[in-house]
Write a protein of this length. Structure first.
Length: 289
């Protein structure tokens, strides 16, 4: 009878010999599985949330019901707290959202009871509502001032070719001139005209008829570029030159640029016979500090 024990030696030829290091490798403990392997082997269970949810939004603390966060199912908040995604917690166990929490209270107030923010916070809350994809809040905010008026204004500006490009040109020219002169401000000339055809005292009474009776060759006689830095126009809308000037100043001011403007005359370019350009010329003063 042959008894084989764990200590028995097995003879082997040199070719079949196994080094001690090889033997140790064969009997090593299984390696700890990587995160990828663990995820494949043991999928994460859905995250469970309490009925009352403590929140840390960018360092600001809030408390609300889980049902409030899930009020509208197509929102980012509803998806975040659906259990399908992992939400990290801070040292106190609050669920952390890496977002500025300044206007998160307004978001919660709408989810709780449909309350809308005061007018001075509408734009900022709208931006947060876009981030959290809260469609009903976006719809409500778009229907009140100042966003309702902004939609009307943008419809008008949509008629202006290269409006945003012209704004950038104003800023770049003003910056370059101020740096070249080492000055606090810079001035530039801007032409704003609504009509393509010139209007002079001679043609005003018959402008409408003259406008449509001119041949293509005659029309080209009136085409020219005023000697200004930037030119806006023409456009077809009830809004006039002063409305566009207001838009220009508003959009520059929204970017933190201090701007003043005044009319300094009209373009006196002679076109043909007694016709002159007569487009209004404005001086824009951009102050940098």
């Amino acid at each position: 009878m042959v008894v084989v024990t764990g200590q028995s030696k097995v003879s082997a030829t040199p070719d079949d010999a196994m080094s001690s290091s090889d033997a140790e490798d064969d009997f090593q403990e299984p390696a700890t599985p990587t995160a990828t392997q663990a995820g494949q082997a043991l999928p994460l269970l859905p995250q469970q949330f309490p009925e009352v949810v403590p929140l840390n939004v960018g360092g600001m603390f809030f408390t609300t019901r889980l049902s409030t966060l899930r009020r509208y199912e197509d929102t980012m908040l509803a998806a975040m707290f659906s259990g399908r995604h992992y939400i990290p917690t801070d040292a106190e166990g609050r669920y952390f959202i890496d977002r500025d929490g300044t206007y998160f209270g307004d978001i919660l107030n709408f989810l709780r009871s449909g309350d809308l923010p005061p007018r001075e916070r509408v734009r900022s809350v709208y931006k947060e509502a876009q981030y959290y994809s809260i469609g009903p809040l976006l719809d409500n905010l778009e229907d009140i001032q100042p966003l309702k008026g902004e939609k009307v204004r943008q419809a008008f500006l949509g008629l202006m070719p290269y409006y945003k490009d012209h704004l950038e040109r104003i800023i770049e020219i003003a910056k370059l001139r101020a740096m070249q002169r080492k000055a606090r401000f810079a001035k530039l000339k801007v032409c704003v005209f609504k009509e393509e055809m010139p209007i002079t005292p001679y043609e005003c009474p018959h402008f409408n008829s003259l406008r449509f009776e001119r041949s293509e060759s005659e029309t080209k006689l009136f085409e020219h570029h005023c000697e200004v830095d930037v030119s806006f126009g023409p456009w077809e809308a009830v809004a006039d030159v002063y409305d566009l000037l207001h838009c220009i100043v508003t959009d520059l001011s929204a970017r933190g640029i201090a701007v003043d403007h005044q009319c300094i005359g009209v373009c006196d370019k002679h076109l043909i016979n007694h016709y002159y350009c007569k487009r209004p010329i404005y001086e824009f003063k951009i102050t940098w500090w």
